[in-house]
Design a protein around this ligand. Structure first.
Ligand SMILES: Cc1cc2nc3c(=O)[nH]c(=O)nc-3n(C[C@H](O)[C@H](O)[C@H](O)COP(=O)(O)O)c2cc1C
Length: 316
């Protein structure tokens, strides 16, 4: 079983990747997308998206950091994929899932799923541009308006040479509205020879077991579930036969948040760090009752020290 940490723009940066993969259970993680339009981007832009490229392109605990590109021009995607690999990216992922209304046909994302031929051309161009030892992967939704082209797109991605495909089990139009439709992954799973990685709404060990049963996919990608419960990947790896998801120790989560804030001090001003902690607590509060209480207090705080102190109180 393989578990990947999902890309989440504005939420999972290199600090979060380090903290979450450090907990354990993850086999790799994917960067936030880098948008490719009509030029070859300079090295500094790649390193800003993935500061791990300054080292060995792995997280501190050794998980590969897969570099994600988003764009609709095969030639430009190929140029920039080559650049990412030159800079040390161990694998390239192509984004066919971004629902942003600013993402046009030219710029890529889920809108490309209306044109499987174009999807094929982009994956094939990137595959051809980089050494065969570097895996090229893709991440897509079930479709744009509906999922009638899901299988065609998945097969286009496979035949263009992708090593694996992650599918967020919703269309662009469905946005993030629950539930994710894991059942729609089953026909893709059956038709593909490459691994299919199920994604969407896996927030507990029970969800994983149900998703696996319904979709037939062993491999998964965790996004919001990983933020809400940093131990989720580890629990899934350790407890796939258990009925219940083990309780999460809130003290340990507080320690992780404090450690993440400490790391962020290398790069960000306090104001940004406070915003990020509030964002994390805000996402957690749906699933962790203790986070709700701390979020309520932290929401009005303006000083980083204050926020750190209430987190520290929990750990004492
Ligand atoms: C705030 C946010 C940012 C995201 N950024 C990206 C991104 O950069 N690239 C990408 O492929 N998917 C992105 N996604 C989609 C997630 O990777 C994932 O497919 C989606 O959240 C469903 O999985 P989950 O239910 O486990 O969160 C983003 C999702 C959210 C909520």
């Amino acid at each position: 079983m393989k578990i990947l940490l999902a890309p989440m723009e504005g939420v999972i940066d290199h600090h979060m990747r380090a903290i979450l993969t450090g907990v354990g259970g993850y086999d790799g993680c994917v960067t936030e997308f880098l948008r490719i339009t009509d030029q070859q981007l300079p090295a500094r832009v790649f390193k800003r998206t993935a500061p791990e490229l300054l080292g060995d392109a792995h997280t501190p605990t050794g998980q590969p950091v897969i570099f994600q590109l988003l764009g609709g021009d095969p030639e430009m995607m190929a140029f920039n994929a080559r650049k990412a690999v030159e800079l040390g990216a161990p694998a390239i992922d192509i984004n066919f899932g971004c629902p942003s209304k600013f993402v046009s046909r030219k710029n890529g994302g889920a809108v490309l799923l209306r044109e499987p031929q174009r999807v094929h051309s982009i994956v094939a161009a990137v595959r051809e541009a980089v050494d065969m030892s570097v895996p090229v992967t893709a991440k897509m939704r079930l479709g744009y308006e509906d999922d009638t082209l899901a299988l065609e797109n998945a097969l286009a991605i496979e035949s263009a040479g992708a090593a694996e495909l992650a599918v967020h089990a919703r269309t662009k139009v469905e946005g993030y509205r629950p539930p994710a439709r894991w059942e729609a992954l089953a026909p893709l799973r059956e038709a593909l020879s490459i691994p299919l990685i199920a994604n969407g709404d896996i927030r507990s060990v029970q969800d994983y077991l149900r998703c696996r049963e319904i979709s037939g996919c062993n491999d998964i990608m965790l996004g919001r579930g990983a933020i809400c419960n940093p131990y989720l990947a580890l629990q899934i790896k350790n407890g796939t036969s258990k009925e219940e998801t083990p309780d999460v120790c809130w003290e340990e989560i507080s320690i992780l948040i404090i450690a993440c804030a400490e790391r962020m001090k290398q790069d960000y001003p306090n104001k940004h760090i406070i915003m990020r902690i509030k964002q994390w607590l805000g996402m957690m509060k749906e699933q962790q009752p203790q986070a709700r209480e701390i979020f309520k207090q932290a929401r009005v705080m303006k000083e980083l020290k204050e926020v750190e102190n209430i987190l520290r109180e929990v750990t004492q």
